[in-house]
Design a protein. Structure first.
Length: 697
């Protein structure tokens, strides 16, 4: 047997170099194309230009105007190297109407030979004014014969890498366009009126004729672009509908609500009443849990809207039905905040809540794992430690993922796969305090039910937001001194932990020292991600219990921290934070009855994006409006996080500008799937080619 195993290993090892050798035989440009995902002919056909160069016209040198990018043709009259201020190659070009200087600051000796006097050149570049007359610096150059024909189409400039020259890529795209299977897959009745066929659209976009409307090509409003964007949106919608249909075929344990059980007892013992919005989403989630198909629902709500108690109610429904629930959060601080609340609510009802995190080791961890495996722990709360291979659930029926955008697809799938009983899948509830704008929900979550808590609990006070340049730092510290004297607590948030050679930012350790010196008699704490877990917990506990008056922290406090006595937050270098992150941080204050404020300190000058972010924060406290503006500023890919959202599935469409196309695609997708399933599958394969895995978690 050992000999057979050894022989098998030798066979496998011997087979490996073949693939490696095949890869090594590829040229550098071919390898670069593979890295860009340009493998199939259709991939190259769908690799569209970033912009175009108009090489279809020659302009007279005498008619050139500064600031324009043009093409001229002439004969070299002089070519020499000069070394006045720096070594440079100067070439004089005549076309009969005038003279143009070509200046090269970086060049090879061979270029001087190529551009010898008498040589005819066709050059393209931006015209500038100089001491020696009009000039071009580092223009694109081509040696031509007199009367050489001009291109009949605009020259495309493609997205590429250093080892993939434009000329090679243009040739590859042109050849692939002729070979690619671009036959119409879709019934004409489903295509928006007035749009060309896919092949016509691609031919036009790769090789626009002279006189094509460049502005419509650049802003992607041309009908050819509209056809591509609609097809792309249709493929995405089809992929999500397929994922939803696939999920509908799966089985999950039905969890009907039971009167008189844990859920009833929980609501009776809570120190507050659920808001109308909370009651509505509890009912929506309960209806999903009662079904034998896995729930796939997003619970979204603004900072402080009370998502945790909704999650507790869902967990109670699973526990009442005799099953377990797992709640996973991205950071230990957030997971521990959930754990404490849930223990307070559920432990008095006789339930065991287990805690799993990376910092819990040894016997305590083994004890928790045993409680999970035996089913004694009805609810398991933790970080990504919940999905580690040694965590075995007795009967997991509900998986809750908080701040779901912080987890990748593979991590969410791993949690769902923790139920291995009779081919059942657990129900999945994802939570997010970053509200999703309507256009994103329509696109990215077509296969996902969305519940929204659009009402804050009573008692939450609006937070006044002030924007100050850091030259007013002294005033801010004086305001902190007043707040501490009045018995209030303060957060000071910094973007870095230690000094960086690359970023001139105030850091947490230096700020902690500065504020400790400025506030004698006050206890100033320091909290950041590099602290050992025990020290983090100690610092957070000291602030929660009121022993620390001022907490200097990095963004580890972004979510989950709930200290009602904290009424002032200062965010250092606020211009460096994302809008959603600023809104999350601001949500740490205003959690009690005292008037609260958030001060955004910035270092001038501000970029246009930085100005837009800080203006939005000062003008609104509405998380949905913040999300809408964030989408405007960053675009959908950054807003969602490409790793988890499937942003790679949308290369061309703009969800805001192209909402009419999205609406049309949403309406066409179910009809195509029902009436022409083969065409629907081919459409997804053409556009997504395996990337639709993004949609499955």
């Amino acid at each position: 047997m050992a000999d057979a195993d050894a022989a098998d290993r030798r066979r496998k090892t011997a087979s490996r170099p073949a693939a490696g050798a095949a890869s090594a035989r590829l040229s550098a440009p071919q390898q670069a194309m593979r890295r860009l995902g340009l493998v199939r002919d259709v991939d190259l056909a769908l690799h569209l230009p970033l912009r175009y160069e108009d090489e279809t016209r020659i302009e007279d040198i005498a008619a050139l105007r500064e600031g324009r990018t043009v093409q001229v043709e002439g004969v070299v009259s002089d070519c020499r190297i000069e070394t006045r201020s720096r070594r440079q190659l100067l070439v004089r070009l005549h076309d009969g109407s005038g003279e143009l200087l070509l200046r090269f600051l970086h060049f090879y000796p061979s270029q001087q030979k190529q551009m010898a006097p008498g040589q005819r050149l066709r050059v393209r570049g931006e015209v500038r004014g100089g001491f020696l007359g009009r000039e071009m610096v580092h223009p694109a150059i081509r040696i031509v014969a007199e009367g050489a024909p001009l291109p009949q189409t605009l020259t495309p400039v493609y997205p590429t890498t250093a080892t993939l020259p434009q000329a090679y890529l243009r040739k590859a795209v042109h050849a692939a366009l002729a070979r690619a299977p671009l036959a119409e897959l879709l019934p004409a009745a489903l295509v928006p009126e007035g749009l060309p066929s896919l092949r016509e659209a691609l031919a036009f976009l790769h090789q626009p004729p002279p006189g094509a409307p460049l502005s419509m090509l650049e802003d992607r409003s041309h009908p050819a672009w509209q056809r591509l964007k609609w097809e792309e949106l249709l493929a995405q919608q089809l992929s999500q509908l397929q994922a939803r249909a696939e999920r509908a075929r799966l089985q999950a344990p039905p969890l009907p609500a039971r009167e008189g059980g844990v859920g009833t007892a929980l609501r009776a013992t809570l120190p507050f009443a659920l808001t109308g919005a909370q009651q509505r989403v509890v009912a929506e989630i309960g209806a999903d849990l009662a079904k034998a198909q896995p729930m796939h629902r997003l619970l979204q709500g603004d900072v402080g809207s009370g998502k945790t108690v909704v999650a507790a109610s869902a967990a109670a429904t699973a526990i009442d039905a005799g099953w377990q629930c797992a709640l996973m959060a991205p950071t230990e601080i957030l997971a521990e905040q959930h754990f404490r609340k849930l223990v307070d609510w559920l432990q008095p009802l006789g339930l065991t809540v287990a805690w799993l995190s990376g910092s819990r080791k040894g016997r305590r961890r083994e004890q928790m794992l045993a409680q999970v495996a035996s089913g004694e722990a009805a609810l398991v709360v933790g970080t990504h430690a919940v999905i580690q291979h040694d965590v075995v659930f007795a009967r997991l029926a509900l998986a809750i993922v908080d701040e779901q955008h912080r987890f990748g697809v593979a991590q969410r799938l791993a949690l769902r796969h923790k139920l291995d009983e009779q081919a059942l899948e657990p129900h999945l509830l994802m939570m997010s305090a970053t509200p999703i704008p309507r256009t994103l929900a329509m696109s990215y979550f077509a296969d996902l039910a969305v519940s929204t808590i659009d009402e804050l609990p009573p008692g939450r006070t609006p937070v006044l937001t002030k924007v100050f340049a850091d030259t007013r730092r002294g005033e801010v510290i004086a305001r902190i001194r007043d707040a501490v004297r009045e018995g209030r607590q303060v957060y000071w948030v910094c973007p870095l932990v230690e000094e960086s050679e690359h970023l001139d930012l105030q850091n947490a350790t230096a700020t902690h020292a500065e504020l400790s010196a400025a506030l004698p008699g006050a206890r100033v704490g320091l909290l950041h991600g590099r602290l050992p877990a025990a020290e983090k917990a100690e610092e957070m506990d000291a602030f929660t219990q009121g022993r620390t008056q001022l907490l200097v922290a990095t963004t580890v406090i972004e979510v989950g921290v709930d200290v009602p006595n904290a009424s002032l937050m200062v965010i250092e270098h606020a211009e460096r934070f994302g809008l959603a992150q600023l809104h999350q941080l601001r949500g740490r204050v205003g959690r009690g009855a005292t008037a609260s404020a958030c001060v955004l300190l910035y270092t001038p000058p501000l970029s246009p994006t930085g100005k837009a972010r800080l203006r939005a924060m000062a003008e609104t406290g509405d998380g949905f409006e913040i999300a809408r503006r964030d989408l405007e500023i960053r675009g959908p890919g950054e807003f969602m996080g490409a790793r988890q959202s499937g942003d790679a599935l949308l290369r061309f469409a703009d969800l805001q500008a192209d909402e009419p196309l999205l609406q049309h695609a949403r309406a066409a997708a179910p009809r195509l799937l029902a009436e022409h399933p083969a065409a629907a599958r081919a459409q997804v394969e053409r556009w997504l080619a395996g990337r639709s895995e993004f949609m499955k978690a």
